[in-house]
Design a protein around this ligand. Sequence first.
Ligand code: AMP
Ligand code: MG
Length: 355
Amino acid sequence: MVAAALKRFHGLLLCLAIAAPAWGQVERTEFRAMGTRIEIIVRDDDPAVRRAALDEARHRFERYGRDWYAWRDDSELARVNRALAGGRSAPASSALIELLHEARTLWCRSGGRFNPAIGGLVELWGFHRPPPYEGPLPDESAIEHWLASDPDPAGLQLGDAVVASDNPAVRLDLGAIAKGAVIDRALAAMRATGLEHAMINAGGDLAVIGRADGRPWRAAIRHPEAGLLATIELAPGEALFTSGDYERFREAEDGRRLGHVLDPRTGRPARGAIQVSVIADSGTRADAAATALLVASADKWPEVAASLEVVHVLRMSTAKGLQMDERLAARLERLDPSLATRLRPLPATPPRECR
Ligand code: AMP
Ligand code: MG
């Protein structure tokens, strides 16, 4: 009898032993980079794979977080910007050139709402520095001058290892896309170590590969006035990015909120929406799209989303409240049903022709 009980007990142990590795061991790390808190969770049975993957990811955040930040004098991007401002070409790494190619395509597909050449305007509004944002608002004439100088990435010449521009007013600021791009690079580097399951969360913007355990990774979409708007299960390879006018802002004399996302067509803070969240199969595209759709107007945003090839968009504005594509609505959990307007599927218009 004892033997039979032991056999059952062993059988149970064996089941547990088989069950536990099936999901792999979880390891988590946290550090600060790109001005925010980065949390990485990996799952694998092999501690050497977990460690190598975490090291690779952290290395990408440290390297690209520094190289692609325009507002510290010793960064690669700042060096490129100084050369462009002086009408010179600048040597650049293949990693930066690849990102500039992606940024230029997304600029074109967004109809200019996402503009990586916006650095001069960001500086005029004082958003190149961390808060608090005090001091005078920019002069009308300075804004008009920036608009007239027409900085955009159309005239960027991207060679094998060199960047040039035919417009010295181009000042690259990759702040609206860099976090997504770094997450993509970090996940690719983690995969190369043999890791299959991970989540990277950079201050609420995140992307995943594989699954959490037996189930998909689960993410929270925040509410603009704090708290939780909804949760969602993310499929392997998906990224969730949010842009909002409440993240970093200054106040106009009448108390109006002037957010750090600027409309490159008016030279002024975007007035399209309060918050936009986007899910896409690339962090880079989700990041740029969230910014572009914060700029896009109430009537144009579905078309802009289609051009950027994103269907999972959640847009909150003062005029229209919470709007989303019905395919996203079907996936959300814990959303107050009285809150949202479901739109029929966003238009399936093909993306703009962009090189
Ligand atoms: P995000 O939080 O991803 O929406 O990015 C906002 C940051 O991108 C700002 O702090 C600026 O540095 C920069 N930025 C602001 N407006 C734009 C825009 N329309 N297109 C591209 N970058 C922008
Ligand atoms: Mg963005």
